[in-house]
Design a protein around this ligand. Structure first.
Ligand SMILES: NC(=O)c1ccc[n+]([C@@H]2O[C@H](COP(=O)([O-])OP(=O)(O)OC[C@H]3O[C@@H](n4cnc5c(N)ncnc54)[C@H](OP(=O)(O)O)[C@@H]3O)[C@@H](O)[C@H]2O)c1
Length: 293
């Protein structure tokens, strides 16, 4: 079995339902709720691939600000090397606001070398036997899927498949290259008339339109920010919704544009994405010199 990492969540996503009136949570069949906006905590990479890490508890503060602004979901991973900061932010929020740990939904992921796969596989097999299920059923019952989704990469087929099978989809990199993060990103860009028009119509900002687009496709949005005002802005999207036509119109921008297709994975026999046109020597050089984790 080839899995890069395992996603742990606090509840099962057996089948989920949407409420027309409350779009802050999706209701799961087991009675748990998954909050629809999660604060992203991967701080990204420098151009040479070095992972950006928080300084002076900047991320712990961002987590606390987010929870105080109404977020109930934090997305993290062992790989991001910020789990201690997330813990600190949650702890401060709880102490300062008389809250409880149960008020906060945390998604995390463990890379395979961070746990003993020789113990995990037999345990999984035993669960399958006990539950009389096959691996696919078990996976679908327990894990959400995470894809990069935004108007430049709409993932319609995957999202439809997940909905059909009752799997919650978490949309990471919700802004893609749209806000200017990549100079060569295809349209739309932040000044696109369609986006600006919607922002005007709803008295919202372009980033808020991009996040609402995800909620109106029944996805969990994972915006990342360490700026207090932008953290607040990114959750202030519950009091409006786009029409189905507007959602469809934004989806027409799709060009399957991916922010990152790590070269170090090119040689894997099941590398799933399109590859850049690089020679073997160039690939070797990048892998040897990349600081990417
Ligand atoms: N499951 C997975 O495989 C997976 C993979 C990748 C990422 N993720 C998760 O998804 C999260 C988000 O993805 P991402 O980090 O790639 O990027 P993102 O959320 O699409 O974009 C983050 C960038 O947008 C800026 N920004 C945020 N809100 C803004 C606003 N309202 N106006 C203008 N700029 C704004 C941020 O800057 P400021 O901080 O200055 O505001 C930052 O530079 C990650 O942090 C991680 O938690 C999951």
């Amino acid at each position: 079995m080839e899995v890069a990492y395992i996603v742990f969540i606090l509840s099962f996503n057996i089948k989920y339902a949407y409420s027309a009136t409350d779009t802050s949570v999706y209701l799961l069949n087991d009675g748990h709720k998954i909050p629809t906006v999660a604060l992203g905590t991967s701080l990204g990479h420098l151009s040479d691939g070095t992972r950006v890490l928080p300084v002076n508890h900047s991320l712990a503060r961002a987590v606390q600000w987010a929870l105080e602004a109404g977020y109930r979901h934090i997305d993290t991973a062992a790989l991001y090397r910020v789990e201690d900061e997330v813990g600190l932010g949650v702890q401060h929020y709880i102490e300062d606001n008389n809250a409880t740990r149960e008020d906060v939904y945390i998604t995390t992921k463990l890379w395979n070398d961070a746990h003993d796969i020789d113990e995990v596989i037999p345990a999984l097999k035993k669960s399958l036997d006990d539950l009389k299920m096959d691996y696919v059923d078990l996976y679908l019952m327990h894990y959400p899927m995470a894809y990069s989704v935004n108007p430049s990469i709409t993932q319609v087929e995957l999202v439809d498949w997940c909905k059909e099978h009752g799997v919650v989809v978490m949309a990471y990199s919700p802004f893609g290259g749209i806000l200017g993060r990549k100079k060569d990103a295809p349209p739309p860009h932040a000044d696109d008339p369609t986006l600006v028009g919607l922002a005007k119509k709803y008295n919202k900002t372009v980033p808020q339109i991009l996040l609402r687009y995800l909620l109106d496709r029944q996805l969990v949005a994972i915006p990342r920010s360490t700026n207090k005002d932008r953290i607040k802005e990114n959750i202030d999207i519950m009091n409006f919704s786009l029409t189905p036509d507007e959602v469809e119109n934004l989806s027409k921008f799709n060009s399957d544009y991916r922010l990152r297709t790590p070269v170090k994975w090119y040689s894997h026999p099941e590398f799933p994405f399109e590859k850049k046109n690089l020679s073997d020597a160039e690939i070797k050089y990048i892998i040897e010199h990349s600081k990417e984790d």
